[in-house]
Design a protein around this ligand. Structure first.
Ligand code: ADP
Ligand code: MG
Ligand code: MG
Length: 251
């Protein structure tokens, strides 16, 4: 599904390397978690994969279903099936959440050569998906994320994901700012989307999210590289001992 090979990324504006030789292979249907200390480059990885400006790939490559991801515009990546749930969801005053979702869904369908959803079909779909995430009608009518609480913003990211039905879902610290109940809702929303043809890259600083979204593979990232890969037990090791032990072991 997602193949990253020896990726090196620096900031465009200054000579600062952030991703320093990262390789990763996510198979269809699998959930991979990336854990790592703050500043290790987790968000940068998600930005580079989704096509955010300001970064320069100096070596390596990344493909989605065999297509060169790094050559595509952000919207082409989305149409190809990539989705990123932001660590810090953006507020968009003046753009209604419902309008935003409908525009995104129909752009996606158009790019895939499918017909647009009728207003009625869209409404039915968004209401059903919003309900399972306990997003009420009021939140659908308000401007995107504007004045939403931290937990509401994260739930809204998962609603976008559920509506777009991507193939490769990247969740960047979706658990940060969530209380226990919101974490359950978000995890249930993610688990409902787990499917043999869909993969997840779950970026998290803490192990607790991985109690709810059980990963197949866990990677530890530090200083721009994956330094250790294992099963779910690796996340428990981090929870019990922190990152220091693992970093000392690989140093
Ligand atoms: P993480 O998500 O693992 O906490 P980030 O990807 O946010 O890490 O950041 C990795 C490193 O790159 C940090 O040292 C951060 O300060 C730096 N960095 C990332 N983007 C920028 C930027 N646009 N300008 C300056 N420094 C940046
Ligand atoms: Mg961080
Ligand atoms: Mg981050």
């Amino acid at each position: 599904m997602l193949e990253i090979n020896n990726l090196h990324v620096k900031l465009e504006e200054e000579d600062k390397a952030i991703i320093k030789g990262l390789s990763l292979s996510v198979e269809p249907g699998k959930v991979h978690a990336i854990m790592g200390p703050n500043g290790s480059g987790k968000s940068t990885l998600s930005y580079v994969l989704s096509g955010k400006d300001g970064y320069e790939v100096t070596d390596g490559d990344a493909t989605l279903l065999g297509e060169d991801l790094l050559e595509m515009e952000p919207e082409e990546r989305a149409a190809a099936g990539l989705f990123l749930a932001f660590q810090y969801p953006v507020e968009i005053p003046g753009v209604g959440n419902m309008t935003f979702l409908r525009t995104a869904v129909n752009a996606q369908r158009k790019a895939r050569g499918e017909e647009e959803l009728s207003a009625g079909d869209f409404l039915k779909l968004v209401r059903a998906k919003a309900k399972s995430l306990k997003i009420d009608a009021d939140m659908l009518k308000r401007p995107v994320n504007t004045g939403f609480s931290g937990g509401e913003k994260k739930r809204n990211e998962i609603l976008q994901m559920a509506m777009l039905e991507p193939k490769m879902c990247i969740l960047d610290e979706t658990d940060s700012g969530l209380d226990v109940d919101a974490m359950k809702l978000v995890s249930e929303g993610v688990n409902a989307l787990r499917d043999a043809g869909r993969s997840f890259l779950v970026i998290t600083h803490y192990q607790r999210l991985l109690n709810h979204i059980q990963p197949d593979v866990v990677h530890i990232m530090a200083d721009g590289k994956i330094v250790k890969t294992g099963g779910p037990e690796l996340a428990l090791e981090v929870e019990n001992n922190g990152y220091a032990d693992i970093l000392a072991e690989v140093a």
